[in-house]
Design a protein around this ligand. Sequence first.
Ligand SMILES: [Cu+2]
Ligand SMILES: [Zn+2]
Length: 190
Amino acid sequence: MYLIFALILNQIVAHEGCQHEHHNHKEEYTINNLIYAVAILQPDNGSGVSGIVKMISDGQSTTIQAKITGLSDGLHGFHIHEFGNLIKGCITAGPHYNPHGKLHGGPKDQERHVGDLGNVHSENGVAHFKINDDFVKLSGEFSVIGRSMVVHANEDDLGKSDHPDSKSTGNAGARLACGVIGISGPFEFD
Ligand SMILES: [Cu+2]
Ligand SMILES: [Zn+2]
C-alpha cells in the first residue's frame, strides 16, 4: 500500500516538474510571433565608435540590422561574442559565440561560429549593415539575448587567411565598440 502511494506521489511530482519546464519555454517575448532585440554599441577605450543593432526573429531566421558611426572607411569584423559581461569593456565579452564547437568562418559558411556575422562596410564614417541569418536565434537553447555585439578595428578574414588567428577570430584586431543584446519591442531604425 505504501509503495503504491509512493509511486503515485512520484508521478505527481514528476508531472509538476514537467509542467514547470514547459512554462519556462513560453516566456519568450513575442509580438505577433516576432521577437525583437536591440544592442547599443558603446566606444571601448575612447575609440569614438558607437552604434545601434536591431534584430528581428520569426523563430526560423533572424534579420540583423546595424548602423555604426566613427569607424575608418573599409571593412570591420562584426560578431556576437559569448558574454554580456562588459565590466572591463569589450574584452570581457569573451570569444565569438560558438555553442557548437565550430571553427571561425563567414556568415555564408556552414563551418562557422554562430556569432560570425562577417564585416560591416564603413563609408564616410558610417556603416550600414543588414543580413538575414539562419544561425542566430533570439529564442530557445541557443538564444543570443544577453550576449554581446562587438565591432573590430580590422577586417575579418572569414577564416580564409594563413594568419594563426584566422580560424578563431578572423584576425579582426582590437574591439572598438560593444553592447549587450537585450529584449526589445518594435522600434524605428534608419
Ligand atoms: Cu568579434
Ligand atoms: Zn568567429
